[in-house]
Write a protein that binds this ligand. Structure first.
Ligand code: ASP
Ligand code: MG
Length: 407
């Protein structure tokens, strides 16, 4: 193992010149302890969103290559500012774009995958005792085109660097103190989790928790890289994400998550015979759309309603594909229901405990909240409910599983 620590600072942690100097001081503190530091940063505050808005004001369908040219500038701004802030404290630092440090990706603009990272330049700079600052979220393809890694991609940059540099640890600094049993804005009694397994974090990220990018957790899991999520505003310990910890066996449910980013699509009166669902979902898959939570009702009259959920961003594309598919298979109208939310419970302990679903449904029933769709995985249970009940549902479930209690 090396003496390298990889730290990543998110947009809110560096949203103002003052916050940039606070971060610079924290980094220098680690430098003084003798560590070699590789620091990954996101764009300042809401820069990426603002740049995207700008693009869509010019055209509703900007070219993805040009989008990458545009949004990669956010991170280029922050690395330079952070290097200056460290210089001001009297320490050596040097900033780089993804291309400069050799983060090589494939060519799928706005969602590129990292192929390899040449560590030579970073290692040379570290050997000169410089703090290396790398622009998150970006890379370059084999034709030297700038690419980005998907929203939240700076997390991925950090974990990927942690891997190739064999870092001692990979710390993700954000504006919350770690991963919580539920969103503290919804459940004030929510508790910070000391530790969490990769599987739980993955499940939580895909079910709506926004602390970490899903792809970064996948990478961490594949290569067994422990991640620490902690606040850049305090010195508190944070949440450690790693292979399953022993104490977790006692914990059945670790957290409740909420996802309001999905829409329910229903295809009415689909003929209830073999091959129909296959045709419909093939058509939708051909558009590159991921569907989730599929429900098909029992048919009494030879036709049935088929419902599934998709992320909001894919709704327009989905409706188009579903309408075509419905026509071809003799189905009826296609309708979208945007007023839904998905609440989920996540926990590795579910693998060996029964009654979790029943307890969750009970919590909803006690609050007169109707369940419209259900899906389960080995370590999670999700219910689709009316969006207006979302917060009440999260609080009720959190309470049902006594997640506020110290363990
Ligand atoms: N700035 C990019 C985004 O907002 C990448 C990141 O923050 O990780 O998605
Ligand atoms: Mg961001």
């Amino acid at each position: 193992m090396s003496n390298i620590i990889v730290q990543k600072y998110g947009g809110t942690s560096i949203a103002s010149p003052k916050r940039i100097s606070i971060v610079a001081r924290r980094i220098v503190g680690y430098r003084r302890k003798g560590y070699d530091l590789v620091v990954v940063v996101s764009a300042l505050g809401d820069t990426t969103d603002d740049l995207l808005k700008l693009a869509y004001k010019i055209t509703p369908s900007p070219s993805e290559r040009e989008l990458d040219m545009l949004i990669s500038t956010g991170e280029q701004t922050s690395v330079a500012l952070l290097a200056m802030a460290i210089h001001k404290l009297g320490y050596e630092a040097i900033s780089f774009t993804g291309a400069q440090v050799g983060i090589i990706t494939d060519s799928s603009h706005t969602k590129a995958r990292i192929i390899k990272i040449n560590t030579a330049r970073i290692k040379r700079e570290l050997a000169q005792k410089r703090i290396v600052i790398v622009a998150g979220f970006q890379g370059v393809d084999l034709l030297r085109e700038i690419t980005t890694l998907g929203r939240g991609g700076s997390d991925l940059t950090a974990v990927a660097l942690g891997k190739v540099l064999k870092a001692k640890s990979c710390e993700i600094y954000t504006d919350v103190e770690g991963v919580y049993t539920a969103d503290p804005r919804i459940v004030p009694q929510a508790r910070k989790l000391q530790s969490l397994s990769y599987d739980e974090m993955l499940e939580m990220a895909s079910l709506g928790a926004q602390v970490l990018q899903t792809r970064c957790v996948e990478l961490a899991k594949r290569f067994n890289i422990p991640i620490i999520v902690r606040s850049s505003f305090t010195d508190k310990g944070g949440t450690m994400i790693s292979p399953e910890a022993k104490h977790m066996e006692k914990v059945v449910v670790s957290a409740v998550t909420l996802n309001k980013n999905e829409t329910k699509v229903t295809i009415r009166d689909v003929p209830d015979k073999p091959g129909v669902a296959a045709k419909i979902f093939k058509k939708i898959a051909q558009e590159g759309i991921n569907v989730d939570m599929i429900v098909q009702n029992i048919s009494r009259t030879g036709t049935t309603d088929l419902s599934f959920t998709v992320v909001k961003e894919n709704l327009a594309k989905t409706l188009k594909a579903a309408r075509k598919a419905s026509k071809q298979t003799g189905g009826g109208n296609v309708i979208a229901d945007r007023a839904i939310a998905r609440v989920s419970v996540v926990g590795v302990g579910m693998r060996s405990h029964s009654g979790i679903a029943a307890a969750m449904f009970e919590a909803l029933a006690e609050n007169k909240i109707n369940i419209e769709m259900i899906s389960t995985s080995e370590i999670s249970i999700s219910c689709v409910i009316r969006k207006k009940f979302a917060q009440r549902a999260v609080r009720a479930i959190h309470k049902k599983f006594k997640l506020e209690k110290k363990r």
